[in-house]
Design a protein around this ligand. Structure first.
Ligand code: SF4
Length: 223
């Protein structure tokens, strides 16, 4: 007879499905150096993302930071596949502590509240905060979505829309490169500071970006 599940069997299924989002309560893990910039990924406001708890793609109403997945896998980077264990078990974040796979009500109550954002981690007058804010203003997903919808809807998209989106793609990449040149920041750190590049995320909005001699071009994709 199958055992009734009312406590964690340490099977690793949850950790394989995807890493947790972070909450303000998890800020101490960043301050203690347990979670470092290269362990984290920022998902920006209005970005299209897969929501594992609701099991669907959603547009984020607010920014969130989550632990990264392993390369080309959905599993959390701290998941040890050999032991099905967590490498930071004693310091695992809030969502991992409340997740009960046999009853998801508890995680549903906490997962969308008090989410950690970049502004919680940078001092308000720091140079990095100013750069991140400028990027957010110039490359917001609200504007990306607006342009992408119009470009997809028109057989012959308006030139200002195409130029506007191409400008944002160029600015997004330019700001990353500029910071990397000045500080030596690795790509993983840049994805924490600025989120994923528009080059990577535009296919979620139905547009693939191609770089040509004339500049950035957009191909409509099946979604
Ligand atoms: S932090 Fe640990 S418990 Fe949480 S998903 Fe990652 S491996 Fe699993």
């Amino acid at each position: 007879m199958e055992k009734e599940k009312n406590k964690c069997q340490r099977c690793g299924t949850c950790c394989r499905k995807g890493p947790p989002g972070l909450h303000r309560e998890d800020k101490r893990l960043y301050e203690q150096g347990i979670l470092q910039k290269e362990h984290l990924l920022t998902l920006r406001r209005e970005e299209l993302v897969r929501d594992n708890v609701m099991d669907r793609t959603i547009r984020l109403s607010e920014e969130m930071i989550r632990i990264r997945s392993k390369r080309h896998e959905t599993a959390c980077i701290f998941f040890d596949g050999k032991t099905s264990g967590c490498q930071i078990y004693e310091a695992r974040p809030l969502e991992c502590r409340v997740l009960e796979c046999w009853d998801v009500n508890k995680i549903r109550r906490v997962y969308a509240t008090d989410r950690l954002a970049r502004s919680d981690l940078f001092s308000p007058d720091s140079a990095i905060k100013q750069i991140v804010d400028e990027h957010e203003e110039q490359c917001s997903y609200a504007r990306v979505a607006e342009l992408a919808v119009r470009i997809r809807a028109n057989a012959e998209p308006d030139r200002p829309d195409l130029e506007g989106l191409a400008g944002m793609v160029g600015l997004d990449l330019g700001m990353r490169k500029s910071l990397q040149d000045r500080t030596g920041a690795e790509n993983l750190v840049l994805e924490f500071l600025f989120g994923r590049s528009l080059f990577k995320t535009l296919p979620g909005f139905g547009l693939e970006v191609r770089e040509t001699e004339e500049g950035y071009r957009f191909l409509k994709t099946d979604r």
